[in-house]
Design a protein around this ligand. Structure first.
Ligand SMILES: *[C@@H]1O[C@H](CO)[C@@H](O)[C@H](O)[C@H]1NC(C)=O
Ligand SMILES: *[C@@H]1O[C@H](CO)[C@@H](O)[C@H](O)[C@H]1NC(C)=O
Ligand SMILES: *[C@@H]1O[C@H](CO)[C@@H](O)[C@H](O)[C@H]1NC(C)=O
Length: 405
């Protein structure tokens, strides 16, 4: 809580300088910080000037920010913060909202079927106070992936559980086993099969994956051939194919937390885990700096830990926008045609975003806009817009669903 403490210490400097014989003590209770001003004989000073605590809005916190136009998730998280809830609970509520609403079919059940037609889920939650993470990858037959991630955080010393055995863990924690396939996701899978299993994520296999369905076997390659391996064309990333809600919140006590939830890449090879549950990639928080969350082509982005990078850059003094831009540019230097975006927020509640290769620009949600208490959708312009198709209109998603709270 260094940010919070320096704010508090700042108040003391003012008070102490007007009372040379006083000492100040700071203690932390479950409700936050308690200020006490003592004389040298330990009697409490009659403080005439009450420490002036800046209104929350002016301090920029609480604040919550998320990737894409998922304003219902952001609003539910904001409502929780605004009622004094913790950042950790807020990000869980925000991500759960998207799992329930199946935001853009990229979060939750019934979206992004893998090659077998199954939907599997990735999620993580990170608590800045403890610098602790719970995450699940390739979770099967359980809808509330971020809820399971929270159980990993709270009830184990592990960080990441995966696959069928993560499902068994979830059931033991009381989550219901459910069918994640819907008529919609069945149709996505069927139409992909009718289209000769295009597009897919295979390369250097037989039969030619750009023409045929599997099963595939590895193509034996000479050394020269392997240098010029077929590169899969970059994935088209847009509102309906981008993997993730990433959400970062700072509560009124200055605590920071983040969460992600995703059903991954459509037509992924079964077993694929993306960037969403990987700490530093899908999201990252540092209690002394702030947090960041990523979305986009997870298979590329996970190689750069862009959320970690953005947070570290903020720690070095960059603004959230500059930090996000630098992390995105780092990826673009290696993969000029990748598509992805980052949101970042620091402990002062300043926020920003950056994106690359999304023709429509990158919408993201923030609550509150300074001077108001609603959720707004902002758009970041991307550094390259070459890889995405025609303009798309972003509909205004459903209003916050209070029944989730
Ligand atoms: C899951 O739901 C889909 C779509 O409604 C259905 O086709 C499939 O048979 C169900 N699977 C199981 C195991 O119930
Ligand atoms: C917040 O929103 C509510 C409902 O719209 C409104 O009544 C209230 O005045 C707003 N508060 C601030 C500080 O804007
Ligand atoms: C994005 O570009 C549009 C059009 O050029 C401009 O009006 C807008 O201010 C830009 N937004 C940001 C956040 O730079």
């Amino acid at each position: 809580m260094r940010g919070k403490q320096s704010f508090v210490v700042g108040i003391f400097v003012v008070l102490i300088s007007s009372c040379a014989s006083c000492s100040a003590k700071l203690s932390q209770s479950s409700n936050g910080f308690i200020y006490s001003i003592f004389n040298q004989d330990n009697s409490i000073v009659d403080v005439e000037e009450e420490p002036e605590i800046k209104p929350r809005q002016q301090m920029g916190i609480p604040v919550v920010i998320n990737t894409w136009g998922f304003d219902a998730g952001n609003a539910n998280a904001w409502n929780m913060l605004n009622r004094g809830g913790s950042a950790l609970d807020a990000v869980e509520v925000g991500a759960t909202t998207c799992e329930v609403l199946q935001c853009d079919n990229t979060v939750g059940f019934g979206g992004s079927p893998d090659e077998n037609g199954e939907t599997t889920l990735d999620a993580m939650i990170m608590d800045g106070e403890r610098h602790a993470v719970g995450a699940v990858g390739c979770l099967r037959r359980v809808k509330n992936a971020v809820g399971v991630a929270r159980k990993v955080l709270e009830h184990t010393s592990h960080t990441l559980l995966v696959g069928e055995l993560a499902t068994q863990f979830a059931l033991s924690m009381g989550f219901p086993e459910e069918n994640l396939t819907t008529p919609d996701s069945l149709e996505m899978h069927d139409s992909w099969e009718r289209n000769n299993c295009q597009p897919n994520f295979w390369r250097n296999v037989n039969p030619d994956p750009t023409q045929s369905c599997g099963p595939y076997t590895p193509k034996t390659m000479t050394k020269d051939q392997s240098k010029t391996m077929v590169q899969v064309p970059p994935r088209v990333i847009d509102q309906w194919n981008h993997d993730t809600i990433g959400i970062v919140a700072i509560d009124s006590l200055g605590r920071v937390a983040s969460a992600t939830s995703s059903n991954g890449a459509r037509n992924k090879i079964p077993g694929r885990v993306g960037d969403a549950p990987i700490v530093g990639a899908g999201s990252y928080v540092d209690k002394d700096i702030g947090g960041a969350a990523a979305t986009g082509d997870g298979d590329i982005m996970v190689r750069f830990l862009p959320s970690l990078l953005a947070v570290e850059k903020m720690g070095m003094g960059l603004s959230p926008t500059e930090a996000a831009e630098e992390a995105i540019q780092k990826i673009a230097r290696f993969y000029p045609t990748f598509s992805g975006a980052l949101v970042a927020v620091n402990l002062r509640g300043e926020y920003g975003a950056a994106c690359h290769g999304i023709a429509t620009g990158f919408p993201y949600c923030v609550s509150p806009e300074a001077g108001s208490n609603g959720t707004i959708i902002l758009h970041a312009n991307c550094t390259s817009t070459s890889t995405s198709p025609a303009n798309r209109v972003f509909p205004n998603p459903a209003a916050a669903n209070p029944s989730l709270l």
